[in-house]
Write a protein that binds this ligand. Structure first.
Ligand SMILES: Nc1ncnc2c1ncn2[C@@H]1O[C@H](COP(=O)(O)OP(=O)(O)O)[C@@H](O)[C@H]1O
Ligand SMILES: [Mg+2]
Length: 298
């Protein structure tokens, strides 16, 4: 294979740190990277053959690696995901697949799939009605449980809110995130707030870390400190989650409560790995690039 397309929402800067890491990793295998935004593709259904036209002569890629899907309207996102589906249907190797991205970007679908396959995940409720959300919140707070409200499509800890008995009810209108309440029971981890991030590639746990948060939010983007770990139970649980989501590679968030019970919080289909790289002794981008090249030539 001579070239690979990396879909990114920042093609002008080579997909940022992660894109450049992948570019170097592919270059080590003599594969050239072209950075393309899904928003710049043209679907041309005018001729006898279907045309999925990528900008800058990116042509008919054999391998595409998805590192970003720019936000947009429902129609725009649907079109961008359809480009991934159509490329795969035309024989391209797509990492991660549109299907896997759809399943994981939506926290409710992830929770559903995890629950369905008996992968432990915290008690969660999803609804649109403010009234029903308030009833659920009251019930949980009365039972002395704390709750989180998360954006359904959130990432890097943005927009998550903690509700405890001190919280002011009814919730202010802006707590309703894009019309959906995703409410989840808060898992207490003991004195030092922490959780775990496992990178799973090809259903193998390749690297894992403990993230010690500055607050109850343990995202690296929120300032958490990273520490390499090798904990069989955590790694096994993360692989189970990846298998359930049928995903090529992912960042699985795992949390352990004060009694030792592990839960999967979410599965990231476009995970950042800069924090993990800082505590890992091998090049993560190389592992990802080699995995993708192997998959594409299967
Ligand atoms: N149910 C929970 N109990 C305790 N902490 C949680 C829970 N859900 C999320 N968190 C904390 O919030 C962080 C972000 O939540 P997560 O569901 O991973 O969303 P994001 O997509 O924003 O990373 C987690 O890494 C964890 O520190
Ligand atoms: Mg997360």
């Amino acid at each position: 294979m001579k070239s690979v397309v990396i879909f990114t929402d920042e093609p002008h800067v080579h997909g940022g740190w992660h894109g450049k890491q992948l570019e170097a990793a592919f270059a080590n295998r003599h594969v050239k990277v072209q950075f393309v935004s899904l928003a710049d593709c043209v679907l041309d259904f005018s001729g006898s053959a279907v045309g999925i036209c990528l900008p800058d002569d990116a042509g008919n890629p054999e391998l595409v690696f998805v590192r970003g899907i720019a936000g947009g309207t429902l129609q725009q996102i649907t079109t961008r995901l359809n480009v991934l589906h159509m490329l795969a249907m035309q024989g391209a190797c797509v990492v991660n697949t549109g299907k896997a991205i759809e399943r994981t970007v939506d926290k409710a679908m992830t929770t559903f799939l995890l629950k369905q396959q008996n992968v432990p995940t915290p008690a969660t409720w999803v609804c649109e009605s403010r009234q029903q959300a308030h009833a659920l919140i009251h019930e949980q707070l009365d039972a002395k449980n704390k709750l989180l409200i998360k954006p359904l499509f959130g990432s890097q800890g943005r927009g998550i809110r903690l509700l405890d008995s001190q919280s002011v009810l009814p919730l202010p209108m802006d707590a309703l995130v894009d019309g959906v309440f995703y409410l989840q029971r808060f898992v207490e981890t003991g004195q030092q707030s922490h959780d775990y991030r496992v990178l799973v590639v090809g259903n193998e746990p390749v690297a894992a870390m403990r993230r010690n948060g500055q607050s109850w939010l343990n995202n690296v983007a929120q300032g958490a400190q990273c520490e390499w770990i090798d904990d069989k139970d955590i790694l096994e649980l993360a692989v189970k989650a990846a298998l359930v989501l049928e995903i090529d590679y992912c960042g699985v968030d795992v949390i352990r409560d004060a009694h030792g019970q592990l839960y999967v919080l979410e599965v990231n289909s476009i995970p950042a790995w800069r924090g993990l790289q800082s505590v890992t002794g091998f090049n993560i981008a190389q592992t990802l690039a080699d995995f993708a090249l192997k998959k594409a030539t299967r």
